[in-house]
Design a protein around this ligand. Structure first.
Ligand code: ATP
Length: 439
């Protein structure tokens, strides 16, 4: 018999079905047994009148919750059942994977253990439907990203994660032994997506892992994360990149709202509303003034930059002033940007770059890149880089490279914002941090 997904049982009333899933709860009464069976599409009640099959009833009595089961029975309409107004009258049961009786983490217990225990037993924690929902949403988000890029003639690339020299800066770099020499784990696909511009691809994207040896413990940093990157050629300035990002994001919100809006509302109490276009834009200089007015003091080492506290204050200000969750922070000083960001032609102290903040959290950095090799070289030297290790990169610009720009976007940070998740550890399948390499 073919399997019926639990979410499709309504269409099978009166029929004999096979359902497969986990035993979420068992109510073992004197005459009746009620099993709640759960699969990825929902949960349903399965019932057995004990005297109809005492042997089966005895087996069921012995089953620990979270055991994996195959059940067959007839679907009947029953308006008093809270789960979908129907139930499956059990005829046969196969125990596929029995659970140990003592769960280290009961996904359906009233109170959940600490985040560390939940990470130790992440596969049990992930059995909760709200967690499953997160990954259904993530799947839709990535599909919507790709859909939008493909509509706009982008090409997908997969760049290497093993590199011979740092891709961003020497800081936060993981070194790995590599035969007779050292290699580094890619901190971003930056150099390679720019190589695709030099290769004449014009528009590329990549969704892939990146690595940062950041020893800090924050709610927004991981040592390995999924970076969403794009790069496009023949732009006039970073404005073209921002105009692209905001439309791309609206498309993602629309797809998530269509597909999961109701479930997100029910399970998480979050309303998915596509943001209004255009997103507000604030220059870094204006942002610094706003922070001052708001009485927020940036730490002195953050001159010309912004810190997480400042991002939050600015996010609140944008919400109050523009009633918007997003803001582009533009025109960053060259002093706090990487060497490859293009300077403003009329003000070399500033770059044609932006960060995108969402509800006060940085989710994206983007810029027009410097594509003129002589200037790029000068900027690298100005930042104190040695040219030798990046000579392969500088070569990209020597044989006709068009003006271009792009962005890097943190997938997990976006999911935090989209679904109202407070900690990045909860927004990924498996978290990697300074003290977390297992499971
Ligand atoms: P931050 O200032 O928050 O450390 P960053 O300026 O180092 O971030 P970028 O190098 O601009 O970040 O990376 C692009 C995007 O990747 C960021 O906007 C963010 O969404 C995401 N990101 C960066 N670092 C991390 C991290 N350690 N863990 C998760 N996501 C990250």
């Amino acid at each position: 018999m073919e399997r019926t997904m639990i979410g499709c049982l309504r269409g099978a009333v009166g029929e004999r079905v096979k359902v497969q899933g986990w035993l979420q709860t068992l109510r073992d009464q004197k005459k009746m047994q009620f099993l709640i069976l759960r699969d990825t599409t929902g949960a349903a009640q399965v019932v057995l009148e004990k005297k109809s099959n005492p042997e089966l009833a005895e087996l069921i009595s012995s089953l620990p919750v979270e055991t994996a089961l195959t059940a067959t029975g007839v679907v009947v309409d029953n308006p008093v059942v809270r789960l979908g107004g129907l139930e499956v009258q059990l005829e046969s049961l196969q125990v596929e994977g029995v659970s140990e009786a003592q769960l280290p983490l009961d996904p359906f217990a009233g109170a959940l253990p600490s985040i560390d225990i939940r990470m130790d037993w992440r596969f049990l924690d992930l059995r909760r439907p709200e967690n499953l929902l997160l990954f259904k949403v993530q799947t839709t988000v990535e599909a919507a990203m790709r859909e939008y890029w493909l509509q706009h003639n982008f090409i997908e690339i997969h760049s290497p994660k093993l590199m011979g020299s740092p891709s961003e800066s020497g800081a936060e770099l993981f070194e790995v032994p590599y035969f007779e020499r050292k290699a580094y784990l890619a901190q971003s696909p930056q150099f390679y997506k720019q190589m695709a511009m030099a290769a004449g691809f014009e528009r590329v994207f990549e969704i892939g892992p990146v690595f940062r040896a950041d020893p800090s413990f924050t709610s927004r940093h991981m040592t390995e994360f999924t970076s969403v990157d794009m790069e496009m050629s023949w732009i006039d300035s970073h404005e073209d990149v921002m105009a692209f990002v905001e439309r791309w994001l609206v498309h993602i919100y629309e797809r998530v709202a269509e597909k999961h809006g109701a479930e997100i509302r029910d399970r998480l109490g979050v309303e998915i509303t596509p943001p209004a276009l255009p997103f507000p834009r604030i220059s870094m200089e204006a942002a610094q003034k706003i922070l001052k007015e708001q009485g927020y003091q940036l730490p002195p080492e953050k001159k010309g930059d912004i810190d997480p506290g400042g991002e939050r204050v600015l996010g609140d200000w944008v919400k109050a002033y523009y009633n918007h969750d997003f803001v582009f922070l533009t025109d960053w000083p060259f002093s706090v940007r990487p060497f490859y960001h293009m300077r403003h032609p009329d003000n070399p102290a500033l770059t044609r770059s932006f960060d995108l903040l969402a509800k006060g959290l940085e989710i994206t950095t983007g810029a027009q890149r410097e594509h003129r090799p002589e200037i790029l070289k000068e900027q690298a030297l100005e930042k104190g880089l040695s040219l030798d290790p990046i000579s392969f990169y500088l070569d990209f610009f020597r044989f006709g490279c068009p003006p271009h720009g792009g962005y890097g976007f943190g997938l997990a940070r976006f999911l935090m914002i989209l679904l109202g998740i407070a900690n990045i550890r909860e927004a990924v399948f498996l978290f990697r941090g300074p003290t977390r390499l297992e499971p």
